[in-house]
Design a protein around this ligand. Structure first.
Ligand SMILES: [Zn+2]
Length: 188
């Protein structure tokens, strides 16, 4: 008789570990994947990335790692990690956090060297609404850059916020599948 773990393994946890067939895309998705926002929500420019090396601090700019709005607001592509019960890997929301100009310049200077800036961590506002959390305004976070150009981690500051609770306590595999469903990747 299979133990409870094996019963769970065939359910949501198994879908995360082995991948699943997506009813929306009608194709297989691999093991647990991140859900990513391609730009900060305030970005209204072209849906096309410039190369990182073309970065300008004036006007508007968007690459896969950096964004500048009106030469005034500076954003970095981050990951907001959430532990998942039963999984070794964390689930992640790919999302964008602000840095004040001074810290943005420090971050960019260290980006190419792959080193973590000694001034980190930085204060940051998370600037994506992140379904199903549907944030209505920017959320205060701590941004921790990581070595070797891995995307920085964002951690929600306010301990009572549902996203902070998810980061602290972890979420169930079923909850990850719910995130996938509301983002248009419903398990078949
Ligand atoms: Zn899909």
């Amino acid at each position: 008789m299979p133990g409870p773990f094996r019963l769970v393994e065939g359910g949501a946890l198994g879908k995360l570990r082995r991948g699943y067939h997506c009813a929306d895309c009608d194709e297989p998705h691999g093991e647990m994947f991140h859900l990513s926002s391609w730009a900060p929500d305030p970005w209204t420019g072209p849906e096309q990335y410039e190369p990182n090396h073309a970065l300008r601090l004036e006007g508007d700019f968007l690459s896969e790692d950096f964004c500048v709005l009106g030469g005034q607001y500076f954003f970095v592509r981050c990951v907001l990690p959430i532990p998942v019960h039963g999984m070794d890997e964390e689930f992640g929301f790919g999302c964008w956090g602000t840095l004040k100009r001074e810290n943005f310049e420090i971050y960019v200077d260290h980006f190419d060297t792959g080193r973590v800036p000694p001034q980190a961590p930085f204060f940051s506002w998370l600037c994506n609404s992140l379904k199903p959390f549907d944030l209505r305004e920017p959320l205060a976070c701590t941004m921790q850059p990581r070595a070797e150009r891995q995307r920085p981690h964002l951690h929600v500051t306010a301990p009572e916020h549902p996203l902070a609770a998810a980061q602290r306590d972890g979420i169930s595999p079923e909850e990850v599948l719910r995130y996938y469903t509301v983002h248009g990747h419903r398990p078949a």
